[in-house]
Design a protein around this ligand. Sequence first.
Ligand SMILES: O=C(O)CCC(=O)C(=O)O
Ligand SMILES: [Fe+2]
Length: 359
Amino acid sequence: MAVNFVSSWSDGTTLPESYVFPPEKRPGKDVVPTSKNVPVIDLGKAEGETRKETIQKIIEASKEFGFFQVINHGVPRKVVDETREIFEEFFELPKEEISKFYSSDIGKKCIVFTSNIDFDKEDIHNWRDSVRPLCTPLQECIESWPEKPTRCRKVVGEYVREVGKLGSGLLELISEGLGLEPGYFANELSENHVMAVHHYPPCPDPSLTLGTRRHSDPGLITFVLQGDVPGLQVLKDGKWIGVEAIPHAFVVNIGYQLQIVSNGKLRSVEHRAVTNKDEDRFTVASFIEPIRECIVEPAKALVDAKNPQLYEDFYTPSLYEYGANASFGSDLHMDEEQQFLDAMAMDAPVSSDSGRKED
Ligand SMILES: O=C(O)CCC(=O)C(=O)O
Ligand SMILES: [Fe+2]
């Protein structure tokens, strides 16, 4: 099947109309500061005397920005470098090879898409091509991942294991920081792991389009390898700030199910990725999230007379009713996402099919 991958038709000189965002959604020509404000946290200090202080930094950053970066995170450099190389090679394979994975079936263990999973239904497209391997259960998923490049399954399998360890460790620090019992997240709340790897080819006019449109992530927590080409921007007090590209660091952000579990203490913040004129940009996102059939609710320990429960408990399939593209690992459109959070807010009218469902 011939697929409209940006990387196959773009010669870097023309921006088709269907990639031009309406004026209010475009990045425009304003220079966005690549801010050092998004905290960089040294996870090497998460043990011993500096543990408390490190946890404090994580909680503060998650409240203020919904974002932070981690260094000394324990994922070996070799695994990070090889994973990036594998995906760069993947996107360079003949398009017939990549197209074998083209599908909008989000249940498939590995799909490739361009712009978004629902490309055909979109008015405006994102300037990107993506591959989305599911990772749970890992052994079963690996068998459906690409066999080319040859080391793909082995290397990416290792990457998923390492990022899984990092995720569990960080969630443990967060649960301690929130005052929850140890292991609060070490169950079905964090059992599902999905990746989305994006290729943003050079774009003739980055002021008019976006690589990834404005969204926030629906899962629990996300880890993004940005590499050395910046492009990720975060909304802070109504303004966009750029996230500095630190090779080998992970950008971490809070998904809105963690916002709900933390009863609004931690924030899931909107972000987007801009394109650039000169360089290919590759990012590797790992989404850690609740299993598909699970009750998600504000932690009881965080609700009391002074801190009323802010969100309804909900059954995860209800989240998927907020759009065909409510597939974790892809961007939910803002209106769907806002509808979901509004419906879950305690004082909002909850539509009959959006709340918790009985078995
Ligand atoms: O590619 C990026 O910089 C961000 C990607 C992202 O936000 C996502 O996949 O949810
Ligand atoms: Fe995202």
